[in-house]
Structure formats: structure tokens, C-alpha cells
Design a protein around this ligand. Structure first.
Ligand SMILES: *Cc1c(COP(=O)(O)O)cnc(C)c1O
Length: 344
């Protein structure tokens, strides 16, 4: 096991975290005169209760098959991405190795935190993980390495064995973003958590679980890393109503929706290549397809005119000519197909 405490910024390791009124008194009964709240009950006049947040943490941990002390709940995955930089990277000195093309927030958070980013391109066309190149880009100041699997926007998932090679060989923190794992037939890397103390796995309730509007992201890692995240995050980072609604929605069964989205994805992937303007549909393990077309801007605008909004990725390195299309409902997908087929 690697000694992760050596990777934490010294000021964070020495931090005396803010202690909230409800950290000191966790109960909800009694006369609460400790937090300067409005005493008149309107359902949300109290700061979020620790017990309720712990209930959500236990529920999500059970769902993911990890111990609750290995789970951090953030204000979206984006909070967890930012925390990775704030906890591990000394601004102006440390750096992060980031695979590209991928999710933009790894780069934006690096820039916000004044952390140098070292972008490593995936293999062209196959979008395979360039394991050796990523390791080669790292030096003794590389604290973070970001990979995304299944990857946004290319859609492919990487083999666990490839990701494990990075976890073994990289001396810093390996962050694996699995926002789309629920749509993938391939296994994710949660199974590696207990083996690698330098691994952080990000997931989210925003995609398959249908709660993008709630803003709840998951970071799963060693209990040590999670304890530091909890010290650095804003107090009460998830609101009472958000927690309550998430608990309610987690009782639902998303399997039928996920199955339909996956079957619609595979249907679109099989059918779209017969459209004249479609040159290639890249294989996808996610809920979107990356397609290469003859005239991306033209098709984008034609779709827009029909009220169909997709994502133009044609100016992204290795995605030249490509649009990214989220799989919708069957009716939405039929409309999409009609527009694409009729585009000359
Ligand atoms: C959509 C997405 C997320 C989700 O972010 P939230 O802040 O949890 O909504 C995370 N990572 C990737 C790669 C995504 O595409």
C-alpha cells in the first residue's frame, strides 16, 4: 500500500477543519439554540441534519457495495474533481496528467487551481488508453492522473486490467471517472478500491439515476482520503430537500430505463451508418454516441432547425467531424433519425 499522506498538501494535512454546531451536537430533539437558525418550523429552517446525510451515505454505499467510510457525497462530481486538486496539488508547483479528449472539468479545475495540466491524447480512432504515454508524462510533481471510463465524448470503456496498470505504476492519485458505468456492459474498477490506496472512483446520480437536477456526485476511495475530503468540503454541502428527494428516488428501479436506453443506443448505432452523411459510429458503452459525419456544422444546424439539439465536438482533437448525440426516448430517437436521414 502506498503512503497517501505524503501526497496531501501540507496545509491540508495540518488543517483544523471548521466544526459546525451540528458536528458537536448531532441530535434533532430538544431546544436547538446552537446554530442561530430561525426557530419557526417551515420544513427547512434547520441546517441539514447529519443523521439524514448519513442515511443517504449508507444507502448509496450499500447500493455501490462499498463501506460508508469509503464514500464521499458531493455537490455533483464536479465538487469531488475540484477537491482532488485542492487536497493534493500545490498551485504553481504540482501538475496533473489528463487523458484527452475527455470531460472538460478536469482541465477547468486545474486552471482554476493554477495547476499545470499535461494532456495525453488517446490513440487515434480506437481511442485506446495510452498507458505508457500517461506514465511517461508524469514526474515527481504529478499528483493526479485523470481517466474517464466509459469516456465522454468517445463513449468507450477501458479494460480493468489497463486501469490497474496505471494504479500500480503511478505514484500519485489515480482518479477514474465512471459517470456512465451504469450503461456499460463492462465491469468498473470499484472492485480495486481495497487493493489500491491511491485510487479515487467518481460516480454520479446525474446520469442513469436521472437526478442531474439534484447535484449529487460520489467519490469512493480509501477511508483516509474520504476523511480529508470531508474536512475540506464546504459545511452542509448537500441541502436537506436534496438529500430527502435523493433517498426517495433511490427507491425507484432504474433498470428498465437503463435497459431501454442501452437497446436504443445499440439500435441507433446499427442503423445510423446507413445514412448518407454518417461516416462512422464509434462503439459506445455509455448513453450517447459519437458519430463522424461529412459536414458536422451543417448537420448540427439542420438538426437545430428541427428542434433537435446535439453536441458539436468537431473542433475537439481526435474528434474532427464528430457530433455527440445523447440517446433519448424511442420517440425522440426516431425524430433524430428522420432528420439525419433527410440531411443531404
Ligand atoms: C456528466 C458527467 C459527470 C457528472 O457530473 P455531475 O457533477 O455529477 O453532474 C461527471 N463526469 C463525466 C465524465 C460526465 O460526463
Amino acid at each position: 500500500m502506498k503512503d497517501i499522506s505524503q501526497l496531501v498538501r501540507p496545509n491540508i494535512a495540518a488543517l483544523q477543519p471548521y466544526s459546525t454546531a451540528r458536528d458537536e451536537y448531532k441530535g434533532e430533539l430538544g431546544i436547538l439554540l446552537d446554530a442561530n437558525e430561525n426557530p419557526y418550523d417551515n420544513g427547512i429552517n434547520r441546517y441539514p441534519s447529519t443523521a439524514l446525510k448519513e442515511q443517504l451515505r449508507s444507502r448509496v454505499a450499500a447500493l455501490k457495495g462499498v463501506a460508508p467510510e469509503r464514500l464521499f457525497l458531493g455537490n455533483g462530481s464536479d465538487e469531488a474533481i475540484d477537491l482532488c486538486y485542492r487536497v493534493f496539488c500545490e498551485p504553481g508547483r504540482d501538475n496533473a496528467v489528463i487523458m484527452a479528449p475527455s470531460y472538460g472539468m478536469y482541465s477547468v479545475c486545474a486552471d482554476i487551481n493554477n495547476v499545470e495540466r499535461r494532456m495525453v491524447l488517446l490513440e487515434p480512432e480506437t481511442f485506446a488508453l495510452p498507458v505508457e504515454k500517461m506514465l511517461g508524462a508524469a514526474d515527481s510533481n504529478t499528483k493526479l492522473m485523470f481517466i474517464c471510463s466509459p469516456n465522454n465524448p468517445t463513449g468507450n470503456a477501458f479494460a480493468v486490467s489497463e486501469i490497474e496498470r496505471l494504479a500500480v505504476a503511478f505514484g500519485g492519485i489515480l482518479v477514474v471517472d465512471e459517470a456512465y458505468i451504469d450503461f456499460s456492459g463492462k465491469p468498473g474498477v470499484l472492485q480495486l478500491l481495497e487493493k489500491y490506496s491511491n485510487l479515487i472512483v467518481l460516480q454520479t446520480l446525474s446520469k442513469a439515476w436521472g437526478m442531474a437536477g439534484l447535484r449529487i456526485g460520489l467519490a469512493m476511495a480509501s477511508p483516509y482520503i474520504i476523511s480529508i475530503f470531508k474536512q475540506v468540503k464546504y459545511p452542509y454541502n448537500i441541502g436537506t430537500d436534496t438529500i430527502a428527494l435523493a433517498l426517495e428516488k433511490l427507491n425507484g428501479d432504474i433498470a428498465p430505463q437503463v435497459a431501454e436506453i442501452v437497446s436504443e443506443r445499440d439500435r441507433l448505432a446499427a442503423e445510423l451508418p446507413s445514412a448518407g452523411c454518417v461516416q462512422k459510429v464509434y462503439p459506445s458503452d455509455a448513453n450517447f454516441l459519437l458519430i463522424k459525419v461529412t459536414d458536422p456544422r451543417g448537420l448540427y444546424n439542420a438538426l437545430l432547425e428541427q428542434g433537435v439539439i446535439v453536441r458539436d465536438r468537431s473542433r475537439v482533437a481526435l474528434c474532427e467531424g464528430c457530433l455527440r448525440i445523447t440517446v433519448g426516448t424511442p420517440a425522440e430517437n426516431i425524430k433524430l433519425e428522420k432528420c439525419i436521414y433527410s440531411y443531404e
